[in-house]
Design a protein around this ligand. Structure first.
Ligand code: UDP
Length: 386
């Protein structure tokens, strides 16, 4: 079959969906050079009418400043009836715009990396009579909106046993569900630099205990308070330590941290493209429970101190990390500072690091694209088996 155009559908709600989409795009290019034209589209922003197209932009401010509202939305959309009624409405309002995505990209395969695409796009394909296979790559680790799972997806690639079990509960059969890991960007799949090399390249001291602190792509949560508490505590205990704070797209946070006085060496960055180097250079990471950051830290064998989670989609990630011995959870800046101080002096880090490595799946993106291509090349029909 002619299978050269692949469309990956995502939406910029957080940084993780785009990061996974890019990981898959890069994996197609690396494994099958020249064979596929892979395009990434923010379906919600680019192919729905106003005001629906503005919703992804509201996600950041809502989870940063209106968590109660997010909890309410999540609770409403946990109800399958309410969710499918809302999606039906979105589909009806957006149908004409949505058609344009098929006209513009004429895909031979559609892959979704977002929980709110399955129902709408499968309906679109069906109503347009387009015999295009549709697959889902679930980019959550341990908490899942039911929107991820649709029995008509040819394959549903998941990153953990709980995800596979949830997919099966939502009527996907064992053959449809494949547990291959969460696709993270290409540098994590290759040879990572040595710690010393990374530290030298990033201008970090080579022997100091190094703590990485971040809050997802948007720099969310009490990052500033945590940075100050950790720096203060490590200074008080006389630990030879340094702190790296990655603020993502949160410019205000970056500016305020850059203007601060610090009792230990602190590097403050905005959005960085080389997060793997910062992870390799560090001894542990403090982060909200974002699945992308967790998956990347596991690959780097980095002990993880979870400082919070977005209710709903990130809640289960806490138990996933803690129960598997790869880290701990604490949501108060002073508590976090005490744990970090403890980690700086104790021997627990090596054990947590080993547990993290066991969970990491650096080649997930390659394994997923290999299976997809095997399927496209195989005799079994991938379209229309819904
Ligand atoms: N990230 C990055 N540069 C930054 C900050 C974050 O590349 O400066 C990436 C991070 O490596 C991860 C993603 O953004 O891949 C964040 O995804 P996650 O699922 O952890 O949280 P989200 O931002 O989606 O809530």
């Amino acid at each position: 079959m002619n299978d050269s155009r692949i469309l990956i559908l995502m939406s910029d709600t957080g940084g993780g969906h785009r990061a996974s989409a890019q990981a898959l795009q890069a994996a197609f290019a690396a494994r099958y050079p020249g064979r596929f034209q892979v395009e990434i589209v923010d379906l919600w922003t680019d192919y729905t009418p106003w005001p629906i197209n503005r919703m992804p932009r509201l996600y950041g401010p809502i989870v940063a400043r209106g968590l109660w509202f997010w909890k309410l939305l999540w609770a409403v959309f946990e109800n399958e009836r309410a969710f499918s009624a809302a999606l039906r409405l979105v589909y009806l309002i957006s149908r004409n715009e949505l058609r344009k995505v098929l006209q513009a990209h004429r895909p031979h395969l559609v892959i979704s990396v977002h929980p709110f695409m399955q129902h709408i796009v499968l309906r679109l394909l069906e109503q347009e009579g387009a015999a295009v296979p549709f697959m889902t790559v679930v980019t959550d680790l341990a908490s899942f909106h039911h929107g991820w799972f649709h029995a008509h997806a040819v394959r549903c690639f998941v990153a953990s046993e709980p995800a596979a079990a949830t997919a099966r509960r939502h009527s996907l059969d064992a053959g449809q569900v494949r547990l291959l890991g969460l696709p993270v960007r290409a540098p994590f799949a290759g040879a990572l630099p040595e710690k010393e090399t990374a530290r030298a390249r990033l201008g970090l001291a080579d022997t100091a205990f190094t703590v990485l602190l971040l809050g997802g792509g948007e720099g969310m949560g009490p990052v500033a308070a945590t940075a100050h508490a950790v720096a203060r505590r490590l200074a008080e205990t006389g630990t030879a330590a340094q702190l790296v704070v990655i603020c993502g797209r949160n410019k205000r946070l970056r500016q305020s941290l850059q203007r601060s006085d610090w009792p230990i060496p602190v590097q403050v960055c905005g959005f960085v493209d080389n997060i793997q180097e910062w992870m390799v250079a560090s001894d542990c990471v403090i982060t909200k429970a974002g699945p992308g950051t967790i998956a990347e830290a596991l690959i780097c064998g980095l002990p993880i101190l979870l400082s919070g989670f977005i209710p709903g989609q990130e809640e289960g990630n806490v138990a996933y990390v803690v129960d598997n011995g790869a880290g701990a959870y604490c949501d108060s800046p002073d508590g976090i500072a005490a744990i970090i101080n403890d980690w700086a002096g104790g021997g627990q880090l090596a054990q947590m690091s080993a547990h993290a490595c066991e969970l990491g799946r650096p080649r997930a993106a390659y394994d997923i694209v290999d299976e997809i291509v095997e399927l496209l090349d195989g005799d079994s029909p991938v379209a229309g088996d819904s």
